[in-house]
Design a protein around this ligand. Sequence first.
Ligand SMILES: *Cc1c(COP(=O)(O)O)cnc(C)c1O
Length: 394
Amino acid sequence: MNTPQVIKLSEKFLMHTYSRIPIVIERGEGPRVWDKDGKRYLDFISGIGVMVPGYSHPYILKAVQEQAKNLVHCSNLYYIYPQAKLAEKLCELSFADKVFFSNSGAEANEAAIKLARKFGASRGAYEIVAMENSFHGRTLATLGLTAQAKYREGFGPFPPGFKFAPFNDLEGVKKVISPKTCAVIVEPIQGEGGINVALPDFLEGLAKFCKEKGILLILDEIQCGLGRTGKIFAYQHYKISPDIMTLAKPLGGGLPIGATLAKEKVASAFKPGTHASTFGGNPLVCAAGIAFLKVLEEEKLVEKAREKGRYFQDKLQNLKEKFSFIQEIRGKGLMLGMELNIEGGKRIVKECREKGLLINLTAGRVLRFLPPLVVEDTDIDEAVDILEDVLENL
Ligand SMILES: *Cc1c(COP(=O)(O)O)cnc(C)c1O
């Protein structure tokens, strides 16, 4: 089947939930992918932040192959060794004592919502406060916490008990909090919302306030967590420790997994039978997750994200000085955004793709860069050259 035939087949049989770019990606290696027609791309969006160690990482491939030979699936009716090992590793790396595994980011947040409510139930607290411009997933409850109208329209009514407050405005959040609030949920760096970085005063003030009031702080690190920002977890840029944290995108090395992490005191609100997932934490994805964390550590990808991020950010700043239509460069590590003060972001994304660079546009006017953390300076040079070329000819 050639590219137009795959597109035709997809349009015929798949629900039209995505406005897809008309290429068919067939193969990947390191920070690069190839489409069906053999065209090569530098992937600076990496499956929306998933392929942190690059494509076809030999160590992860081997771990997956070996686990698949033994046991792909085992239900949570039984004990699963790779699941326990992955949980141990995540707890060692973070503030957490306990982990619940699911299959996606939305499910990880759904579990966080349920856990926070179960924890708050004894004092009648069930409200959860989320930030404006947030993105927490596409299930009804996580959409209930996702502020942006474009995701919500036509799907209401949502489960009650969700409220919104302005991001980076502590007084604004305090106004929305009530005695019924059980938790506040924040992305330390908003991803879909346009790469908006939480200010230290805001996040640290919020953590302190939550602690005083007995309100749980949930951090959604599904996009910013696991090395991308130059720390293993984005909250480590701040003097805070959350009560619950959710992870997903890169955790399975490309396989679908979600994780909800919590302190013991909170986690113990879940009792046998209170929450479950058929596939959650199955042997195959957990073996991939263990391999991913090993690669992250051994190849020093977190340090690399910091270093390469600085290099990339400097180059993007140079472009900002050159082009007046660039409003701002922001982000941390290799989670970067370029805000434009003109329309035309879509065209930039399209023309970059035609020249062999994959990026995307979020929040209407923000070009988003989430390259694999294995990118070298030469890859960044290549990406910036393509981008500069496109911006020059806009
Ligand atoms: C992608 C994302 C989600 C949702 O994850 P899915 O795996 O698509 O359900 C939730 N929160 C954040 C911050 C995300 O970036």
